[in-house]
Design a protein around this ligand. Structure first.
Ligand code: PTJ
Length: 278
């Protein structure tokens, strides 16, 4: 199935190359009300052609878009509160690591690098679909975005025994020894395994019903493209605070409350929208 989708991506690419003058992206006018979202979608499709994005990443993108619609494609207060707790988690950690998958690298490489530089957290490529050439393609994208050190590609590897998927293969100097792992757009199994290993887990996921935000310690329910600049700015601001103060903010955060708030927000918004339909 996955080979078939890859073939489809390649076929689409060939057809586009064979049509002189036809750009690989459709002409999306800047005035389009969903211009930003459509450009991100096109970017994800391009990433599938270069192997950075796994074919399943197209489905993940679609699911994300649907939930972004529900929250109104804006960062809500529940996400801002989670961003504050996430910033504390980065600053309180001794060995924070940012786990990078294909979708995130494709749509937010530069912001990932900025977050890594501001927080001092290491970047580690860790894939669910570990097909040949993908790690190298993602490394290229990160390097082009200014990354210096990228973990996850060395000969040495460690294994998270609690996990069955390929995500179990991790870098011994990265996720394996991390005390805090940032895992945006993640699958539930690994989040659960990382939590069981005693690591602090921070995620970004547009779907508050997904298992990952329900297992993680801090769940930012928002689009990763909006979250990263806000999180980096929050870390910069909180750097001036004492550890004790950061711990107080972190301890006062309730992930369950944030998840509840996000669902209440969506339901109220839907009721309001339903009243506008004639
Ligand atoms: O690159 P790989 O091989 O590591 O694979 C990456 C994907 C994303 C394909 C893999 O982790 C996967 O299959 O993830 P899931 O289980 O589809 O979960 C992805 C979650 O991210 C879903 O709950 C989506 O709603 C959410 N999501 C998608 N796009 C965004 C998003 N959340 C925030 N911002 C987005 N732009």
């Amino acid at each position: 199935m996955s080979a078939k989708i890859n073939e489809d991506c390649q076929l689409q690419q060939k057809q586009q190359q064979a049509t002189p003058g036809k750009a690989s992206s459709p002409n999306i006018p800047k005035e389009h009300p969903r211009y930003k979202a459509m450009m991100i979608r096109e970017n994800i499709i391009k990433g599938c052609e270069t192997k950075v994005v796994a074919p399943a990443g197209l489905i993940a993108q679609g699911r994300g878009e649907a939930f972004d619609y529900l929250i109104g494609e804006k960062t809500a207060n529940f996400a801002l509160d989670a961003i504050k707790a996430a910033a504390c988690a980065f600053l309180l950690a001794e060995h924070p690591v940012i786990s990078v998958n294909g979708n995130v690298a494709q749509i937010a490489a530069e912001d990932l690098v900025k977050l890594s530089k501001e927080s001092g957290a290491l970047l580690e490529i860790n894939l669910f679909y570990r097909t040949p050439g993908r790690e190298e393609a993602i490394l290229k994208v990160l390097k082009e975005a200014g990354a210096e050190t990228v973990l996850g590609l060395s000969e040495k590897s460690a294994v998270i025994k609690e996990l069955a998927s390929d995500r179990r293969i991790v870098d011994p100097d990265g996720i394996f020894k991390a005390d805090m792992v940032f895992v945006p757009l993640e699958d539930g199994d690994r989040t659960e395994a990382l939590v069981k290993l005693g690591k602090r887990v921070v995620t970004v996921d547009l779907n508050p019903l997904s298992r990952t935000p329900n297992c993680a310690h801090v769940s930012i329910i928002d689009n990763i493209t909006r979250v990263l600049p806000l999180l980096t700015a929050q870390i910069k601001k909180y750097k001036k605070k004492k550890k004790q103060k950061l711990k107080k903010i972190y301890d006062g955060y309730s992930n369950k409350k944030i998840l509840r708030d996000s669902l209440v927000f969506i339901s109220k918004r839907l009721v309001k929208l339903s009243k506008g339909i004639c």
